[in-house]
Design a protein around this ligand. Sequence first.
Ligand SMILES: [Zn+2]
Length: 125
Amino acid sequence: MPTFASAITCIDGRVLPPLIDFARARYGVDAVDVVTEPGVDATVPDLIEDLTRRLAPSIDKHGSHDVVLAGHEDCAGNPVDEATHRRHLATSARALSSALGDAVDVLAVYVRLDGTVEVVDPPTA
Ligand SMILES: [Zn+2]
């Protein structure tokens, strides 16, 4: 039985390969299920019902218990500076974590165009 983690990220195709590599290595899983939405790091609180519905098969059927929420450099969907991305990510990760409950861990990351993936301060609640 393959093991899975999950990711919520922008549609930007430059971000996906490093993000999947990061999640597979961090969680030691075979595959990463991905939900995409433009500039999603800024909009999680507004889309929470839609996002949790789209994540449900990954969590309920694939047994994922780790969700990586990504923001990234040079984002067309959320064109703000890095400090603002990091604020958006912290707020969004908190909202997501609260919506998904204790069985799932949420990790916010910021992806640079050189492929670097940096963990953003974890949510406090
Ligand atoms: Zn983007």
